[in-house]
Design a protein around this ligand. Sequence first.
Ligand code: ADP
Ligand code: MG
Length: 475
Amino acid sequence: MYENVNESPINFEPDENIRTCWENVYKELRSEYGEAVFRSWLKPLTLQAFYQGTLEVSVPTRFMKDWIQRHYSKNILDLCAAKDKQIRRVEIVVVQSHPIESGPNDTQDGPTGDVSTSKSNDNKTVLEDNPLFTELTSPLDTRFTFENFVTGKSNALACAAARRVAESANVPFNPLFLYGGVGLGKTHLMHAIAWEMQRTAPEKTVLYLSAEKFMYQFVRALRSQTAMQFKEFFRSVDVLMIDDIQFIAGKETTQDEFFHTFNALVDQNKQIIISADKAPSDLTTINERLRSRLSWGLVADIQPSTYELRLGVLQKKRAAMQVEVPDSVLEFLALKIVSNIRELEGALTRIVAAADITGQTVSLETTQDVLQDLLRSHDRRITIDEIQRKVAEHYQLKLNDMHSARRARAVARPRQIAMYLSKQLTCRSLPEIGRKFGGRDHTTVMHAVKKIEELMGEDTTIAQDVEVIQRALKG
Ligand code: ADP
Ligand code: MG
């Protein structure tokens, strides 16, 4: 159902390398999981697109998507990434025209039951019957409701604002802009708003999609000369939610289109909800005009979670899973896994699954056993400061040289290596890294990363230096 968009400004069509990579991964999945599992779940996986590090594969039903996501997606990503390091994410999408081979039945029931019965309004019916709607909207996760969202100091404002938007008959602020780090609940809150609105205002058409999808579909519409329909369609929904707006980076035409859609909707008093990984002012890849527009409404951040919040999430999850896990294990996990809530949930699922398979009860001991790899990586979190110190030491420079403006090669090159390592070994963004290096711009960091990658291919001394420092850091 996707046509070739090869000549478009952004290329979503997977190239030969990606295709071969996917074919190999597909074969490996078959041999790894065996014929039965493969035929039931993995066989229908079809390569659809590749964009900005995301490999998009499709399955015919929502149920399959959820299942694969829960059970196989991590491994699929690992297999892909091992073959082609361009691939940083695997996204599973539902493409219904897919030939259904064999496999489980689709169950699409949300918490409010069958969504289609709520089409009470003509406009809504017309819009939702529009094939564009099916193509554009992303399915809502049934677990992402307000009831399942645990609040604490770190996310109280964001959650209250989300509830306010979901429950208000008119538009309380526009847009609602939610931002925060990975896995802290932005998508969860957006889905919760959509579910709540479906319950209380079923006549409204809510369109939820990622910024990447917006970009992808807009480029397709331009290609196939259906841009007018695309524009009209967007301007006619009641509520527009765009997740991860940071991915709209760079493309001026898409940003312009989004800007106009945005204004048209605000003018009509339609609610817009946006999420991003940073505050509007820090979205440096988005043009100034759009950036300032994004901060006109309410900007609410989600801070890194606290111990209490993490424990609360685990308790809720334990209750939902109806499993026996001692409090001490939950406390241990909440203490150890601090980075994001997705990982925290993943850890609990893993220990429960392991206990299930081995027939043991869950204890602190089994937990430490099962999560060995995960816990080790959390125990040793490398910081930019450490990297700077090690690099300075290696090249016998002063620590200050890492931040200074000195441009002499003997200083500048090691500094670039430190930037490169910061990108590789920490989860800091380019702007954050830039700031740590004497307030440099993110493009400087990007340039450094490219330069060192290049040099490592040409110059064995540099490759060895990087290797040695890296090993020292991982200790
Ligand atoms: P983000 O979009 O910010 O990267 P998600 O919304 O996808 O993060 O959240 C990641 C996972 O963590 C989801 O499974 C979500 O349900 C869960 N989660 C995050 N915050 C909370 C919370 N406060 N209460 C319950 N679950 C949460
Ligand atoms: Mg998200």
